[in-house]
Design a protein around this ligand. Sequence first.
Ligand code: TYD
Length: 136
Amino acid sequence: MVKKLVKFVKVPKIKDDGFLCFAQNPDQIPFEIKRVYYITSPVAGLPRGKHAHKKTRQVLFCLKGKVRMVLNNGRKKSEIVLSSPEKGIMIEPKTWHEMLDMNENTVLLVLASKRYDPKDYIRNYDEFLRIARTHT
Ligand code: TYD
């Protein structure tokens, strides 16, 4: 079975003196959320990410500004721009991801299925290709 590389996660957006979005398991988020992290004031023009995870699943939202996401499963590469808080993307395990074109106003929110573990990272691209092509 060919798994879809880009999977969007749409969440409700309620207009209530401003806007309120929410995401919960299992309705919008298909895993139990074990960790939340957010990125604020990224250095303009500096890429982030450039790694894959062995087991962690993540959903990323761009709450402010925009981000160009490059996703790569070792066989196929796709690019999408996120710029609205109600539309996130899934970053599945063994997916090399890069966050590009951010500026200091960009705010990213990430929901993760596992606690932080540096051993879950694949930071070497050749190692990533080897693992991704063996297991997908
Ligand atoms: P990293 O995941 O490489 O950031 P990005 O994908 O945005 O480029 O993490 C950057 C640093 O923060 C790195 O030293 C690891 C640390 N970190 C934690 O300590 N806990 C976390 O939950 C995360 C995501 C990162």
